[in-house]
Design a protein around this ligand. Sequence first.
Ligand code: DHE
Length: 540
Amino acid sequence: MDVTPARQPCASTTVDHCEYRVDARKIMFLLALMLVPALFETTGAQSATSVNDSYARYCAKCHGADRLGGMGPALIPQNLTRIKKDQARRAIAQGLPATQMPGLGHVLGDDEIDALVEHIYTPLPEMPGWGLKEISGSQIVYKAAPQQVNAPIYDADPLNLFVVVEAGDHHVTVLDGDRFEPIYRFKSRYALHGGPKFSPTGRFVYFASRDGWITKFDLFGLNRVAEIRAGINTRNLAVSSDGRFVIVANYLPHTLVILNAHDLTPKKVIPVVDEHGTSSRVSAVYDAPPRQSFIAALKDLTEVWEIPYHDNPQFYGIVHDYRYEGPPKVSESFPIRRIRLDDYLDDFFFDQAYEHVVGAARNAKQGQVVNLIVGRKIADVDLPGLPHLGSGVTWTYQGRPVLATPNLKKGLISVIDMNSWQTIRQIETLGPGFFMRTHENTRYAWVDVFFGPDRDAVHVIDKDTLELVRSLRPAPGKTAAHVEFTRDGRFALLSVWDMDGAVVVYDAETLAEVKRIPMKKPSGKYNVYNKITRSAGTSH
Ligand code: DHE
C-alpha cells in the first residue's frame, strides 16, 4: 500500500532538472518589457501575475508551488528571519554555495528578482497547521506481513548490510556488504535527506524525507513497518539509544516531534520557542547515547537544546546545572534544557564521548565548542569558510584525538586537536568537499571534491602524515561523493552521483577498484555495524 502525501511534490527525480533556460516566449516578454514600459505601468494584478509566473517557472519545483518547501526550504517570512532582503536578492541572482540553489541572474532581470524577494517575504494568507491531530491522522501501520520473522529472510550478515539511498529515482537498495550484491530494492518517499538511523540492534532503519514523511523499515523481513508525516518541511531524525523513541526536527512547522519507535505513534509535539515566544526552525537533532538524551541545534535562536529521554533519575545527577521546564523528572515528560550561546548553530559535531558539541553558523568566522556538562561555550575554533561539521570524523594522530572536517566553501580540510581545540593542519584539496569518512581499521581518510571542475575526484588522506596520497576519479566528468566502509574497514564504497551512476567498491588498503554496482544517483550509503557501534569514522 502507498499513500499520497497531503501535498504532492514535483514528480521529477533530480534537482538539476529545474528549468532555467530562456525560451522564445521569455525573450519576447523581455523585449516587450524594454520597448513598451507603459504597458506594464498598469494594474497591480498584472505584476502579481508576472511574479507568480516567475515563481512558478523558477522556484516552485524545488520550493513547492505553495512555498512550503520541497527539495528546497519553505520560502515564507517565518523561515527567512536570518536572511536580509538584499542577501535574498543575491541568493536568487547568484545562487547559494553548498546547496542545489542555482543563480538566476542570467534569466531574471533586477525588477523580477526584486518582485520575487517581495513575494517570498509576504506572509501566506493562511499557514497550514501540522500538529498532533494532523500527524496522528497521517500514520500508517502496515499489516503484519507473512514474512515478519525473527531472523533475516536472506543469507547475508545482517550487520554488514549497506542501506543505499538512490536519490535518482527515490529508491533504497539493501546491499550485501560481503558479496556486494543487492538483496532488495524498494520505492522510498520522495527526496529522502540525511542519514537513515538504525534501531540499537540494527534490525530496523528509519528514514526521513524532506517533506516530513518518516518510514520505519524492517531489515529482517524486508518490509515497511509504519509511516507517518511528522512535519511539512523536515530536517532529519534521530533514534534514542534505548530504541524507544524517534525524534524529528522540522523547519516547518517550528517543532520537534517525538514518536514511539515501535509503530511511530506520536508521543509529543514540542513547539520550538524561546521564553519571549520567538520560534525557530531546527537545524538538526541527534542522539547522545552516554547522556541518554537528544541534542537539537536551532536555526533562529542562539540556543542548543538537550532533551533527556531516560527514566532513571540518577541520570540527572550527571549534569549539575539542569534547568527544567515542564514537569520534572517524570518518565517521558521530555523536559528541555536550554544551553544559551553567542551564535547560531547550523551544523555541529559531537566528540566521541558526547561531552562536547563543536558547532558553526553558516556565516560565522569561527566555530564554537560547547561543553554539554557545564552547559556553556568553552572555546572558539578556527574554522574558516563553511565547515561541514556534520560530516566530521575523528582519529588518533600522534597520540591525541583529532577532528577533521571538510569545508563547503573552500577546498580545504581542517584538522583540529580535540584537547586544545587548536588547528593542527589545513590540508588543501581540489575544491570544497561535502562528505568525509574513515574507519578504525584503515590508515586512510577519504573526502570528496563536491563542487567545481574537479567534482569527479575523491582524495585519500594518510591519517598519520596528514598528506594527500591519492586522488581517484571513478567516472571522469561525474560527481563522485560519499564513502562508507564495510564493517571490518577492508573495503570503501564510493558513489557516482548520476542517474547512470554506481556504487564503486575499493580495496581500502591498495585503493584498487574491486567492483562497480550500477545505481541511480546513490546519494548516501550506510553500513549497519558502523552505525550501531558509532564508529569514529562515520556520521552518527
Ligand atoms: Fe544534507 C546529511 C543539512 C544539502 C545530502 N545534511 C545532512 C545533515 C544535515 C544536512 C543537518 C545531517 C542529518 C542527519 O544525517 O541526521 N544538507 C544540509 C543543508 O543545510 C544543506 C547544505 C542545504 C539543504 O538543502 O538543506 C544540505 N545535503 C544537501 C544536498 O544538496 C545533498 C548533497 C543532496 C540531497 O540529497 O539533498 C545533501 N545530506 C546529504 C546526505 C546526508 C546529509 C547524503 C547524509 C550524510 C551521512 O552520511 O550521514
